[in-house]
Design a protein around this ligand. Structure first.
Ligand code: ZN
Ligand code: ZN
Length: 439
């Protein structure tokens, strides 16, 4: 075993895999631009109280944070999730003073959780998340769920299920919590120790306990939907209608409460139903929160967002047999026929790169045969042959690998010829000799 290894629960990303990340990141930027979301980048660590506010029952906050004292004796924590830091920044920078509600933001950030590593569940994972802040309307909830769904479908995911639930407003939830406490009270001693803590902090979380999932007391627990007031009921019905009208099939899941305490009204999860995904099937999930912005000292604004783990997303893509990485390709490989051409190959390659072509040459001037092996390995589309005879006449030979066409052109015709072969929108506005016919 080598002395130097990555820490448990972390990984290196390289080769084909990093090219898949590039595809995902590019689509995030493209879609967020189209949907009108601005990016916010917040620090990888914050003062611990940004994440651990008051009496939160979640495992993420209670058991899994990387918390440390810095050299100035301040308690800091590595970001366990993306929302809290973003809201802190939104309030601290008074972004709410801009005129146009709602405020739409996104982030892509590493998150750190000390938990047992599993497939697609790492101690450092990367989250793509969105948050929309402003007065609440079910149209925003529908947009957030819909755009997440469009995003993963654009990448190719197909085997998906959309779970939604409502936790109702504060009034509904308070009466439900009271009912839950009454219901669980006689059986409390038979539930796990986490549930006993949750009983005091947030009895709702007992409903998604993994340990007690089949406990009769949980299976027979009262349903939140029976405690919703009119307003909460209408809000949820409107959301379901808007989603259905836009072609999103949803399943209402009574026991979906999500892992964080601050949710109100809508919560949702989009899960992969691929058989290889097992218990780690959530592709993204989130919900609405009414008091988070004001908890951070901002105005009374509601918000809704989702978080999507990119590592998990890749596992789900892989389970469906989707590989986002393109084959590596090269536009031009400059093959040198003699030592005299090496300087020229260096300059020409850089000239081509400045003009936007992916160009390479053989720095070591290996044999002709091994240069052509590189042409093959690197998937070059065009070879430029450089030798002292042609150079003395101010000419080069270009060869198109796909069709084996070959033309000799003067130096100042190289760019035109490349464009002619590589650019589908190529326009020939002057008469000249080059290989291949224009369509
Ligand atoms: Zn439990
Ligand atoms: Zn042309």
């Amino acid at each position: 075993m080598s002395k130097f290894q990555v820490p448990r629960g972390t990984q290196d990303v390289f080769g084909k895999e990093v090219r898949q990340w590039h595809k995902i990141e590019a689509l995030i930027k493209e879609m967020m631009n189209v949907y009108g979301f601005d990016e916010i980048r917040t620090p990888e660590f914050e003062h611990t109280e940004v994440f651990a506010r008051g009496n939160d029952s979640s495992d993420v906050i209670n058991k899994e944070m990387y918390t440390f004292m810095d050299r100035g004796d301040r308690s800091l924590s590595l970001k366990p999730e993306g929302t809290a830091g973003l809201i802190r920044s939104f309030v601290e920078n008074k972004m709410y003073t801009q005129p146009d509600m709602p405020f739409k933001y996104y982030y892509v950030s590493p998150c750190f959780r000390y938990e047992r590593p599993q497939k697609g569940r790492m101690r450092i994972h990367h989250q793509f998340g969105v948050e929309v802040l402003g007065d609440k309307t079910p149209y925003i909830d529908a947009e957030v769920i819909g755009l997440g769904l469009t995003f993963v479908r654009t990448l190719g995911l197909n085997e998906l299920k959309v779970l939604v639930n409502t936790l109702g407003d504060n009034e509904s939830r308070t009466s439900y919590k009271t009912a839950l406490k009454e219901h669980f009270k006689p059986d409390l001693h038979t539930l796990c120790s986490d549930c006993q803590r949750r009983y005091e902090q947030n009895p709702l979380r007992i409903l998604d306990c993994k340990v007690d999932a089949n406990h009769s007391s949980i299976l027979n627990a009262p349903k939140l939907r029976d405690y919703l007031n009119e307003e909460s009921k209408n809000y949820f019905e409107d959301l379901i209608r808007i989603l259905k009208d836009s072609g999103v099939e949803v399943e209402v899941s009574d026991r979906l409460v999500r892992g964080l305490d601050y949710y109100t009204h809508t919560v949702f999860e989009v899960v992969s139903v691929n058989k290889d995904m097992g218990s780690q099937a959530t592709v993204f999930g989130g919900g609405r929160y009414d008091s988070l912005v004001s908890d951070f000292g901002g105005p009374e604004l509601s918000g809704i967002g989702f978080g999507m783990g990119i590592e998990r997303l890749l596992v789900a893509l892989n389970a469906e047999g989707i590989d986002l990485a393109d084959e590596k390709e090269l536009d031009v490989f400059c093959v040198t026929l003699d030592d005299e051409a090496l300087d020229y190959a260096y300059h020409l390659s850089n000239f081509l790169r400045l003009n936007g072509y992916k160009a390479e040459y053989d720095y070591y001037r290996k044999s002709f045969k091994s240069q052509f092996k590189s042409v093959e390995r690197k998937n070059a589309k065009i070879v430029i042959l450089l030798g002292k005879d042609e150079m003395s006449k101010g000419q080069v030979v270009l060869k198109r690998i796909e069709t084996q066409e070959q033309v000799t052109v003067s130096e100042n015709e190289i760019l035109h010829q490349l464009d002619h072969w590589l650019n589908e929108d190529h326009v020939c506005d002057h008469d000249h000799q080059h290989g291949g016919e224009h369509e």
